[in-house]
Design a binder for this molecule. Structure first.
Ligand SMILES: Cc1cc2nc3c(=O)[nH]c(=O)nc-3n(C[C@H](O)[C@H](O)[C@H](O)COP(=O)(O)OP(=O)(O)OC[C@H]3O[C@@H](n4cnc5c(N)ncnc54)[C@H](O)[C@@H]3O)c2cc1C
Ligand code: FES
Length: 519
């Protein structure tokens, strides 16, 4: 998952330097310092030099988007501060290198690395408890420590694994393309060094909002501030046989491991549901050499989210690799070693994966008396109806200034919300000022060699305007309602996806119209 940015090219920025005049304002120049790929970015008469490789999966930042003092990665939209290298926007959670630049006449030279200034420490609030060890929970804990929070920090997670790269559980990890060591977001030492008390297998069963305590099987834990990030649970269809040992859902690393274990000795897999996760699982199991059948009630996979035509592109990509679709069909029963469809068709299945959606884990919040309405209701700063309780990730419902009331199930959104919550927990106790969560939703999905990026949020639309060629998987598609662009999906056009994100942040409808003009 590393990019060519690892291979050095361009001028030796330390020894040869580069002519300042050769870099246009706002432009990026790729060179190197020793064996490190380094970018020089010009902003007026200021020059920044940073590592050229994204700290998430190694995306090539030279192909990213410079905006103000930041650069965004073309692959999954991580954002880095050019002045410090700090990862200011998920999914990257580690900085990139940042260098000093000196000028001699018109020549620029990149010299030593800058060291990040230490954050001012604060012990207010005295204790923070994070419920959930997923995207939002981890990002909140990481940001609390990054911002100098020195109080007690406890993460209670029902999962048996420490925070890991969940999106990979259906992609490279499931297909065998990513080794085990890629999955944890951080090693055990990282939590020890930062004094984060991670308790695994620790399910919180109740919250006492008035007494500021949470209950677990191992006893109560008191908090001054509570971050709720309990995510979602996968749905298991109520069909006879759904609880047989060869039938799996796919949410956790343990689920992914269990599927891999069964796939090792299996010949045929049946995936129930043509959701993003179902289809990613289908692609991964096919890559493992299994015969793969997908059973789903819709007539076109992903049409509800992407429309018929783009859904068709993804379906074709699967069919070209040998995945067999049984659309307009539901499973009627699952037997040991077989699946029976509602039209009586029966076929062998050594492993069955249910990818039929998730239900947000709202029960805790509901029982605690927090305001819940199709999600845990949070204000613009992600605070729940209780003053010291915050919520982030798949459970949170908030009012987005462009998309209205939303609850979003994306990795990057969950991480960014976790980061916002961390900042606001500290701000609510005097460190800085509260900041609203305004990020534009973004997700990515991979199917064999087809990658899709999606920014925005469109539950319904009047038109999908396409620039490019769907069949060639090289397009920008704008989902519009009453002339307003609600979402932009791209294949093979990472730059357009970044531009769409920025235009939505700025509410720049004219720029969005230009990305895929109505024909
Ligand atoms: C296989 C897979 C692939 C995905 N791929 C993508 C992708 O490519 N792009 C994308 O944008 N999104 C993807 N998603 C969605 C994304 O992973 C989620 O939106 C994201 O993880 C939500 O983060 P979260 O922190 O809200 O919840 P989660 O990451 O689910 O974390 C919730 C945590 O809370 C814990 N928990 C739950 N209840 C309790 C309790 N009572 N007490 C203590 N702990 C509790 C859980 O054990 C877990 O640790 C994928 C999801 C899956 C399952
Ligand atoms: S590789 Fe840069 S955001 Fe993923």
């Amino acid at each position: 998952m590393s990019s060519d940015a690892n291979k050095v090219s361009g001028p030796d920025l330390e020894k040869e330097g580069v002519a300042a005049g050769s870099i246009a304002d706002g432009a990026v120049l790729l060179g190197h310092v020793m064996s490190e790929a380094v970018l020089v970015v010009r902003q007026g008469e200021r020059f920044h030099a940073v590592g050229a490789t994204c700290s998430h999966y190694g995306g090539p930042l030279a192909e990213g988007l410079v905006e103000g003092d930041t650069i965004r990665c073309p692959w999954h939209h991580a954002c880095f501060d050019l002045r410090s290298g700090e990862a200011v926007g998920a999914p990257a959670l580690a900085p990139i290198a940042c260098y000093e630049v000196t000028r001699s006449g018109d020549r620029l030279f990149v010299i030593g690395r800058k060291t990040a200034p230490a954050a001012r420490t604060t012990s207010e609030p005295a204790s923070v408890v994070v419920v959930g060890g997923g995207a939002a929970g981890f990002a909140a804990a990481e940001m609390l420590r990054r911002r100098g929070f020195a109080g007690s920090l406890t993460m209670l997670s029902a999962d048996s694994s420490a925070p890991y790269d969940r999106p990979n559980a259906s992609k490279d990890y499931l297909s065998g393309g990513a080794p085990e060591e890629w999955m944890p977001l951080r090693g055990d030492d990282w939590y020890v060094e930062r004094k984060i008390d991670v308790r695994l297998g620790a399910r919180v069963t109740a919250i006492d909002v008035a007494g500021k305590r949470v209950r677990t099987g191992g006893g109560d834990v008191a908090y001054d501030a509570l971050v709720l990030a309990t995510g979602a649970e996968p749905i298991r269809l109520p069909v006879p046989g759904a609880d047989l040992p060869h039938v799996h859902v796919l949410r956790s690393l343990a689920d992914s491991r269990a599927i891999i274990e069964q796939a090792r000795s299996g010949r045929r897999a049946v995936v129930v549901g043509a959701s993003f996760i179902g289809l990613e699982a289908a692609a991964s199991l096919r890559k493992r050499g299994l015969e793969v059948h997908v059973v789903a009630p819709e007539t076109r996979p992903l049409a509800r989210v992407l429309g018929e035509a783009i859904g068709g592109v993804i379906q074709k990509a699967h069919e070209a690799e040998g995945v067999v679709f049984h659309l307009g069909r539901k499973p009627a029963a699952i037997d040991p070693g077989a699946v029976v469809l509602d039209d009586g068709t029966r076929f062998d299945a050594d492993v069955v994966v249910m990818g039929v959606g998730v239900r947000p884990n709202l029960a805790l919040a509901e029982a605690a008396g927090l305001k819940v309405d199709r999600g845990v209701v949070v204000d613009a700063n992600l605070r729940t109806s209780a003053p010291d309780v915050w919520a982030a990730g798949d459970i949170a419902r908030w009012e987005h200034r462009r998309f209205g009331s939303v609850r979003i199930e994306h990795w990057v959104v969950a991480e960014r919300q976790g980061q916002t919550v961390a900042n606001n927990v500290l701000a609510s106790r005097g460190s800085g000022s509260l900041a609203p969560f305004e990020a534009v939703p973004f997700f990515w999905s991979n199917h064999f060699d087809v990658g899709l990026n999606y920014v925005g949020h469109a539950e319904a639309w009047d038109s999908i305007d396409v620039d490019g060629d769907l069949e060639a998987r090289d397009f920008t598609a704008a989902f519009r309602k009453q002339g307003r662009t609600l979402a932009v999906a791209t294949m093979g056009r990472d730059g357009a996806s970044l531009e769409a994100e920025l235009a939505m942040e700025r509410d720049d409808e004219a720029a969005l119209q230009r990305l895929a003009a109505k024909k």
